[in-house]
Design a protein around this ligand. Structure first.
Ligand SMILES: Nc1nc2c(ncn2[C@@H]2O[C@H](COP(=O)(O)OP(=O)(O)OP(=O)(O)O)[C@@H](O)[C@H]2O)c(=O)[nH]1
Length: 312
């Protein structure tokens, strides 16, 4: 049996793998449940906000020497504004950049409209494509096999998995196979930061949501929030610093409000919700900064991991 030191030595010499998995599926297919099952505890709470979140990383799983980063592909909504267009470009771009693309289908629902739309687009992507039939606890084996055959007739998937994300059936096998598909390379996230990365993004998104709930008529859509600091304190609470970026001084005044009342209200609403998802007491510090016309600055999009929508 290996003792700790030989285990550590083996890990240090073992080749690490790291890659991205784009998980695509109609609403309610079970993406959140699956990410929960694959990733485990803390990171998975990100999934609760899936409909509003713009954070692209949904969870990070570790399996052996592999780090698997699950990226979100936001719904293919009709994009009007530049930031929305960037999101959609990035949604498919994100899938395009991923090492593996997984289509998750609710086995009981079968092929619904949303899955149809996704299926029609999938051939454009060059990567390994995996079909995951979920909720197999709800269907007869015969109809499951028929669905798998029908879908594979529409598109030749590289692999088909049948799972029940809710009870974990088939999930370890899926995780193991996904790990094997990851390219060799260093981990993108240090192991001790894994749980924070999506939370930081989620916390920023929550504050952004509160900002727009209050000021949607007065603020340009391009205003953003970034989490600058996420620090767990010895008493178990978390100190979070965020910056709200607006484009003009006049907007900064609106966000602050009279005697700072607006920002205070936004902060307390955001703090309550962040505390809920972080499952910890939260100290939230908000700053408002003017960053002129950042909405048209390609560099900002890159920093957010978004693609600048050219010429549209
Ligand atoms: N019976 C059964 N139910 C499941 C399974 N996986 C997920 N569900 C349920 O399906 C519903 C939708 O699951 P979610 O994980 O929220 O689906 P989602 O795809 O993330 O949905 P959005 O967040 O809307 O995109 C929930 O009520 C889950 O409990 C499964 O394996 N079996």
């Amino acid at each position: 049996m290996a003792d700790d030191s030989t285990t550590a030595a083996r890990e240090a010499t073992a080749e690490t793998r790291c890659g991205f998995v784009a998980l695509i599926g109609a609403p309610n297919a079970g993406k959140s449940t699956l990410i929960n099952a694959l990733v485990g505890t803390k990171v998975s709470i990100v999934s609760r906000k899936v409909q509003t979140t713009r954070a692209l990383v949904r969870g990070i799983a570790m399996e052996g020497t592999a780090q698997i980063v699950f990226v979100d592909t936001p719904g293919i909504f009709q994009p009007k504004r530049r930031l929305d267009r960037a999101m959609v470009t990035t949604a498919w771009g994100g899938a395009g950049d991923a090492d593996v693309v997984c289509l998750l289908v609710d086995a009981r629902r079968g092929l619904d409209e949303e899955s149809e739309r996704i299926l029609a687009k999938l051939p454009e992507l060059k990567q390994r494509k995996i079909l995951i039939l979920n909720k197999i606890d709800l269907v007869e084996r015969s109809s499951l096999l028929k669905l798998a055959a029908d879908l594979n007739a529409r598109l030749a998937f590289d692999e088909t998995f049948m799972i029940a994300a809710a009870n974990g059936d088939g999930v370890p096998h899926l995780l193991h196979k996904l790990a094997g598909f990851m390219p060799k390379g260093p981990w993108l996230y240090p192991e001790d930061q894994i749980s924070d990365a999506p939370l930081r993004m989620l916390a920023a998104e929550i504050t952004r949501e509160k900002l727009f709930e209050r000021l949607h008529d007065e603020l340009p859509y391009a205003s953003t929030v970034e989490t600058d600091q996420w620090k767990e304190l010895p008493d178990g609470s978390v100190r979070i610093e965020q910056t709200i970026f607006v484009e003009r001084e006049s907007q900064r005044k609106i966000v602050l409000g009279k005697a700072g009342q607006t920002i205070k209200a936004i902060g307390s609403a955001a703090r309550a919700e962040i505390a809920e998802v972080a499952e910890a007491k939260v100290h939230l510090f908000l700053f408002v900064k003017v960053r002129e016309r950042w909405g048209d600055d390609p560099e900002r999009y890159r920093e957010m991991g978004l693609e600048f929508p050219k010429g549209r």
